[in-house]
Design a protein. Structure first.
Length: 123
């Protein structure tokens, strides 16, 4: 699996760094892991700067529906900051942020993403 998943219980933060091509199943598995480990309310920094694949609109909508189903069981998910420098991924992440009904910020700068997660303000 081309991702690194780091959990910080002190900061209540998960950092995911992805590389290469990701499948929708790998992304769902990462979301499920957050729910299954009892860290659903933790903030997440999702670094997609090294991803070489772009999700389709249908895959983004399916992920949003999956997260909404998990929220019915686990409550609201913590904020998610998506970091990318790829235009197509940025666009799909923005689509996800509007369709998921959760707090998702999409950023091109790591410092901006970190600042948003630390302050909890809307991007």
């Amino acid at each position: 699996m081309p991702l690194s998943y780091q959990r910080d219980d002190v900061r209540k933060r998960i950092t995911v760094i992805t590389t290469g091509a990701l499948t929708p199943g790998e992304i769902v598995a990462m979301v499920d892991r957050q729910a299954n480990e009892g860290t659903w309310s933790y903030a997440m920094l999702y670094d997609a700067c090294r991803v070489t694949s772009v999700a389709t609109a249908d895959e983004v909508r399916a992920l949003a529906h999956h997260v909404q189903a998990l929220e019915r069981t686990h409550g609201p998910r913590g904020p998610v900051a998506v970091l990318t420098n790829e235009d197509a991924i940025y666009g799909m992440a923005r689509m996800y942020s509007t369709s998921s009904q959760q707090r998702v910020g999409v950023f091109r700068d790591a410092a901006d993403a970190e600042r948003w997660l630390a302050t909890g303000l809307d991007p």
